[in-house]
Design a protein around this ligand. Structure first.
Ligand SMILES: NC(=O)c1ccc[n+]([C@@H]2O[C@H](COP(=O)([O-])OP(=O)(O)OC[C@H]3O[C@@H](n4cnc5c(N)ncnc54)[C@H](OP(=O)(O)O)[C@@H]3O)[C@@H](O)[C@H]2O)c1
Length: 366
């Protein structure tokens, strides 16, 4: 995930097919004069739907924009943070009031690893609560009927049974290292459910497992396991190093999903008819896990990354370093029942990500 406040230096060109001039907090609104007749609402899968993707420069948001464009959506609305700070309630309201939006994908969040979560817990809870409240409330006020909120598998209790089912939510204490972030994500799910219950909205939530792929944060000290290992093995291979040492025993089991699969799953869930989504969820248990349903050991992961990067040396394990939780795997049967399964095998996804890393090495996010 991104370092706190990191920007995506290798960001794709502004991805919007339609970028409407922004209203600002200073009160700029629609032009004076008689209001135009409101345009008819078009909901996905109608390709005329005007979909606002919040966080379109992030790893996940940019993949969702690529996916929606590939599906033929021609009216995507985006706004970079420099023009629309989503923690600014008045600015978010003005943005929604200034243009027609039919559906929202909320992929903007303050995201970070253990170190960032430990150092900035107040920012992680306050910024994420503010972004979610502002976007969801403003979407509702503007009459947006459908919204997709992106959470995270860290919403589940630390000791919940594996694989993690949606029903495990709020059944026990959270992992303390990212509890403030997780509480904000849980609040996001509950915001969606509450607007559905009180106002008849169709606000949905997806909870992805660990993601990787193009646009990831490859920072040497502050990145997740896949980009960190890709970079270290790449550098070791280039230097002809005889050995790479990895923290822990290599035995923990983890699940990894390619970000393009995440984008495909997000589009799939966004496009589901309302009655289908409702039939597979409950009003107060409405989120859907997104993962592969398959895990691998950190040792298998490292061996695969060594192959992908062409590192021919030894792997050694520093078992004096902590392993973390032994296993973290999502139960993806709800998503499978909704008609979607991941398709990118880990080795293929890693090879594609490594190619992207090589092509963008000079401009990776800080
Ligand atoms: N990456 C993972 O492994 C993972 C796993 C599970 C869930 N998720 C979820 O997926 C979503 C996207 O994550 P990601 O990995 O794509 O993170 P990311 O790469 O850091 O992207 C986050 C995006 O949110 C934007 N943003 C943050 N604060 C903002 C603000 N105040 N105003 C406007 N925009 C703001 C960022 O803008 P800038 O470009 O200006 O920074 C960036 O475009 C998050 O909800 C995250 O919880 C990610």
């Amino acid at each position: 995930m991104a370092a706190a406040g990191a920007s995506l230096a290798a960001a794709p060109a502004p991805a919007s097919a339609t970028v409407t001039p922004l209203a600002t907090a200073s009160g700029m609104g629609p032009a004076p004069g008689p209001s135009p007749a409101p345009a008819a609402m078009a909901l996905p899968p109608d390709r005329n739907a005007r979909i606002y993707v919040a966080g379109h420069r992030g790893m996940v948001g940019s993949a969702i924009v690529r996916r929606l464009r590939a599906l033929g959506y021609a009216h995507l609305v985006t706004a970079p943070r420099a023009e629309l700070d989503l923690t600014d309630q008045a600015a978010v309201r003005a943005f929604f009031a200034a243009q027609p939006i039919d559906a929202v994908v909320l992929a903007a969040a303050k995201v970070g690893g253990i170190h960032a979560n430990h150092t900035y817990p107040a920012d992680f809870i306050a910024d994420n609560l503010a972004i979610q409240c502002n976007v969801i409330q403003a979407a509702h006020a503007a009459g947006v009927q459908r919204l997709l909120f992106l959470g995270s598998s860290c919403i589940y209790p630390r000791l919940a049974p594996q694989p993690l089912r949606e029903e495990a939510l709020l059944t026990g204490p959270l992992e303390p290292t990212n509890e403030p972030y997780a509480v904000a994500k849980i609040a996001g799910i509950k915001l969606c459910e509450s607007f559905n219950r009180q106002h008849g909205r169709d606000y949905r939530s997806v909870m992805p497992t660990n993601l990787y792929g193009p646009g990831d944060n490859f920072h040497p000290d502050n990145s997740h396991v896949i980009p960190a290992l890709l970079r270290r093995f790449h550098e070791a291979a280039r230097a002809g190093a005889p050995e790479v040492t990895i923290w822990g025993s290599g035995s923990p089991m983890r699940e990894f999903l390619h970000v393009d699969d995440m984008a495909a799953a997000s589009a799939h869930v966004l496009e589901l008819p309302a009655d289908v989504y409702r039939a597979h969820t409950q009003p107060m248990l409405s989120h859907v896990n997104v993962g592969t349903g398959v895990d691998c050991s950190i040792r298998q992961l490292a061996e695969t990354i060594a192959r992908v990067t062409g590192f021919g040396g030894r792997l050694s394990w520093d078992a004096s370093k902590p392993d973390g939780t032994p296993r973290k795997l999502l139960d993806v049967s709800r998503l499978a029942a909704l008609g979607w399964r991941a398709t990118t095998p880990l080795e293929r996804g890693l090879a594609q990500t490594y190619r992207w890393f090589l092509e963008n090495e000079a401009s990776l996010r800080a």
